[in-house]
Design a protein around this ligand. Structure first.
Ligand code: ZN
Length: 544
């Protein structure tokens, strides 16, 4: 028979009771095209472009191969040409795509084994619907089908390549099939999608990510087992009311896409808060990209943020995307935004308004979908008054402002943080140090911490290295911390006596892991007195 004789009504057979549909004698299924489109989007989101393309190409290949096998056994073909034509026709009859012969467009020799124009590709349609216009061809299952079908028919490997595609904005899709050995170098980038290795690489990537996540969870659990004070689920210690407010606000703002300005002294942990916002936002699967704007020389900042074209300046040896593009679909954290020079402030403002970047040395704009979180330890209002920071950029950035209090304003967090750092440093340094002596704990709690959390972390790591015993003693702490004993005071930091007493008593109770009898003994006061005082602190809300 001839390909033109194929009739869908004869090929399709519905069992009277329903539930089973046969196509050329083989069971087939009816699928909703949109459901397949959703599957495609999910594959891309989980496995990445390469992994998804590999799976879908191989799925199409299997489908094409099976269709050819069915035809070979079911239909007696007049000649090989008919068999080849039947493939395109079946592709059309199955509703996947409308195949038309190509006008002899490719005058490349040798003449291709097969060449077609595809109209109405379901795959291009679904890609555009769920993912928008692509940069590359997208008819992966269809190309796979064509390759699988032709390879099975001919008993020789035939590789099909799509070189024009509706999915990337061409008027129609165009496909060429050749024997593998007839292709030149241009075939190499396409071959991996037919091979299982491509899928293996994608799965290895996902497995690696999962393993790293598991490791982090395990490390965290281990820490928790050893550390009395539990950090928040985010890993951020927030025993103090001030820090709990910050976390609460950060979580609420994470859900929406607003720009956030994180302020606070240096060392308070602004990047951790930015990460928390990213992790708890709908963008969590996308990248989190951070840059310290103060650390990049002015001349390089623009290219770093927006990218550059090859030859845009000396040393620009190839096209390079900037961090805005790298953060596409995710979050860009601009630390030390107060250090950005005036000219760049204008450009940054334009990007935030237009949601487009222009690479240095290019004259076209590229759309970016990025959430921006900026941070500074400067007083931007004062910078505006001094004409060093643009007011319009400030308002653009500060849709929501999160101010992280300095450590001295969240004293309830000092010892819990110190214990977390102790556990971490112990693991890192390979030493088992179990806790702090009451005097050391007291010094930590009393000190002003001008360098904030970062200073505390460094002090603890140093102490773990230096500790002679199994716990940190006051002698192991940096000298400046020792100067902050309750008996001493820093000029300008005079505190009310009962406040000092309260902090001291609470620190000693905590240093004894809440054992009040032991704490009272060390403080040389009666247990009843201690209980009374603690009750007072609780009533005044000062016990954290
Ligand atoms: Zn296409």
């Amino acid at each position: 028979m001839r390909a033109a004789d194929l009739d869908l009504r004869e090929l399709l057979h519905f069992e009277p009771k329903g539930g089973v549909i046969r196509f050329g004698g083989q069971r087939v299924l009816l699928f909703d095209a949109v459901a397949l489109g959703i599957l495609r989007r999910e594959l891309i989101e989980t496995l990445g472009q390469t992994g998804a393309r590999g799976i879908l190409t191989r799925f199409g290949y299997a489908h094409g191969w099976r269709t050819a096998e069915t035809l070979r056994t079911e239909f007696p073909w007049q000649d090989e040409g008919e068999w080849k034509r039947a493939g395109g026709l079946l592709h059309t009859l199955q509703g996947l795509v409308v195949v038309a012969p190509a006008a002899r467009g490719s005058n490349v020799s040798p003449e291709p084994f097969a060449e077609s124009i595809w109209h109405e590709s379901y795959e291009a349609e679904q890609h555009l619907l769920h993912l928008g216009r692509a940069d590359d061809v997208v008819c992966w299952t269809l190309v796979g089908f064509a390759g699988g079908y032709l390879s099975c028919c001919n008993g020789r490997e035939i590789v099909c390549i799509e070189d024009r595609c509706r999915g990337k904005g061409d008027a129609v899709c165009h496909v060429v099939g050749r024997f593998r050995e007839d292709w030149g170098d241009e075939v190499s980038p396409h071959l991996p999608y037919y091979q299982k290795e491509c899928l293996d690489a994608a799965l290895a990537h996902v497995t690696g990510e999962l393993k790293r996540l598991e490791q982090r969870l395990r490390a965290r659990k281990k820490e928790l087992g050893r550390v009395a004070a539990l950090p928040d689920a985010s890993g951020i210690v927030a025993q103090s009311a001030g820090m709990q407010r910050v976390l609460d606000l950060a979580r609420r703002v994470a859900k929406v896409d607003s720009t956030v300005l994180v302020t606070g002294e240096s060392g308070v942990g602004k990047e951790r808060i930015a990460r928390l916002i990213h992790d708890e936002s709908p963008r969590t699967a996308g990248p989190f990209v951070a840059i310290n704007c103060g650390a990049v020389p002015e001349a390089l900042l623009e290219s770093e943020l927006f990218g550059h074209a090859k030859g845009a300046f000396t040393g620009a040896s190839q096209d390079r995307q900037g961090l805005f593009e790298a953060a596409n679909g995710g979050t860009l954290f601009l630390d030390e935004i107060g250090e950005v020079p005036p000219l760049m402030q204008v450009k940054l403002l334009r990007v935030l308004q237009e949601r487009e970047v222009r690479r240095v040395g290019e004259n076209k704009n590229r759309k970016v979908d990025v959430r921006v979180i900026a941070a500074t330890n400067r007083d931007l209002a004062a910078e505006i008054n001094a004409a060093r920071f643009r007011q319009d950029l400030y308002y653009r950035l500060r849709v929501v402002e999160l101010r992280i209090p300095p450590l001295r304003e969240r004293r309830d967090d000092i010892l819990p943080l110190a214990r977390v750092f102790l556990a971490e440093a112990g693991v890192r340094v390979g030493r088992r140090v179990t806790g702090f002596s009451p005097r050391a704990a007291n010094q930590l709690a009393r000190y002003g911490w001008p360098g904030n959390v970062r200073e505390l972390e460094n002090a603890i790591e140093r102490a773990v290295v230096l500790a002679r015993g199994s716990r940190i003693d006051e002698a192991d702490l940096p000298e400046e911390i020792g100067l902050a004993l309750p008996g001493a005071y820093a000029p300008g930091d005079v505190r009310a006596l009962d406040e000092v007493e309260r902090d001291y008593i609470l620190a000693v109770v905590r240093a004894n892991d809440g054992n009040k009898t032991q704490a009272a003994e060390q403080l040389k006061i009666g247990t009843a007195t201690l209980y009374r005082k603690l009750k007072q602190y609780e009533a005044s809300g000062g016990a954290g």
